[in-house]
Design a protein around this ligand. Structure first.
Ligand code: GTR
Length: 383
């Protein structure tokens, strides 16, 4: 027999979303936004992802490196370099650069210039060929499909922000912004928090692009990129929609009682992804002051889409879906429904609530055109 979401919640002793640290019940959208949400952001920064030491750098410029028509004139491709300077010591401090590749539908010729809603994707090594300009449409990033659905799409590469390796936090933006005159704090930002910071810098650029409607930008990532998209979306309310594709452990999935990857495994395999404090919870998930439904809830009342794959046992689809269900009370406070009452869906049968959606598709851990098709269908009329 399948346990209801309430039974699972009790069984896994998941912390309550709408009870603040001082024990008070949160019962209005105002209290959620002003009290509980900031409290949860703090807890996730301190215990899980680590604090970003800077927001927008004082010195940052956007340089257009290329702009050209593509797809037989149906779209325009732009390459933008986001340059910034860290506050490292020395004469000029170190410099960083994030290359953003943006596709927007071509001008419609209408009198009023159109600004497009857009999907911002974090890549982690899957699209190197695209960056070299060889193949602009892949299952992981089906640019033509996205353009033909009436959206722009942008991509940045994780390694431009912080290489995905444990080097003692010297390379990438850690080297640019971390104080190097004292030992690292337990809540210093890990690589996932650094990548989330990079997504916010991409948003800084998108706010200036005349072809993009920055009030309608979705952030999307797969797996480690999905964990990042969720944290970026929680931190940065400029993202109107957040899409987590198979983000699993320390992404969408509830950590307590999770199948597949657990906190000690992710902290061992990827010691640089999270704050050092997170290692305290190795094999002690039940001591965490948060669980991942709280991360999803911080997206409310914005659009939230979670997707899973049937063979992705490492991520644990059931725990991803439970998390989305347990995030619903934050939407309810805003007068919005969620998926709490909907049983776990059949394969390839997406579920849509007003601002939340979910699918589990057949197949393995990946981001492909099937995922994009379902995500685009949810975005239609919402984003
Ligand atoms: C795995 C890791 C997962 C997930 C995945 C990925 O090795 O254990 O948490 O992030 O990598 O990013 O593809």
């Amino acid at each position: 027999m399948q346990l209801s979401k309430e039974e699972q919640s009790v069984e896994r002793s998941i912390p309550q979303l709408l009870v603040s640290l001082d024990g008070n019940e949160i019962d209005s959208a105002g209290e959620w936004m002003e009290r509980r949400r900031p409290e949860l952001l703090e807890l996730f920064a301190e215990h899980v992802y680590g604090r970003q030491p800077v927001s927008r750098p004082q010195w940052m410029i956007f340089a257009v490196a290329a702009q050209e028509p593509c797809f037989n004139g149906r779209a325009v491709r732009k390459k933008i370099d986001i340059h910034f300077v860290g506050d490292g010591e020395g004469e000029s401090g170190g410099q960083g650069r994030i290359r953003l590749t943006l596709y927007v539908p071509a001008d419609t010729g209408e009198a009023e210039k159109k600004r497009w809603p857009a999907f911002l994707l974090l890549d982690h090594g899957r699209l190197s060929a695209v960056r070299e300009g060889e193949s602009p449409s892949t299952p992981f990033w089906p640019v033509e499909q996205i353009i033909d659905s009436g959206y722009g799409t942008a991509m940045i590469a994780a390694e431009d922000i912080d290489p995905d390796e444990h080097d003692g936090f010297r390379n990438g933006v850690h080297g640019l912004f971390d104080p190097n005159d004292r030992p690292r704090d337990g809540d210093a930002w890990g690589t996932i928090s650094a990548w989330a910071w990079g997504l916010s810098r991409a948003m800084d650029y998108l706010e200036t692009d005349p072809d993009v409607d920055s009030a309608r930008v979705a952030v999307i990532g797969h797996s480690r990129g999905g964990k990042t998209a969720l944290w970026a979306g929680a931190l940065d309310e400029r993202f109107a929609m957040v899409v987590s594709n198979e983000s699993g452990c320390t992404g969408a999935a509830i950590s307590r009682g999770k199948a597949g990857e657990r906190v000690h495994q992710i902290n061992t395999a990827f010691p640089h992804w999270f704050a050092d404090n997170y290692k305290r919870y190795n094999e002690r998930e039940e001591e965490l002051p948060v669980d991942q439904h709280m991360l999803l809830a911080m997206i409310a009342p914005r659009l939230l889409y979670v997707s899973s794959a049937a063979e992705d046992e490492w991520a644990d689809p059931a725990s991803e879906y439970l998390s989305l269900q347990l995030a619903e009370p934050a939407y309810r406070l805003h007068g919005l429904g969620g998926l709490a009452a909907a049983p776990f869906p059949e394969l390839d049968t997406p579920l849509h609530a007003e601002r939340c959606g979910y699918h589990i598709r057949a197949g393995r851990h990946d981001l492909n055109e099937v995922d994009w098709t379902y995500v685009l269908a949810f975005a239609e009329g919402r984003l």
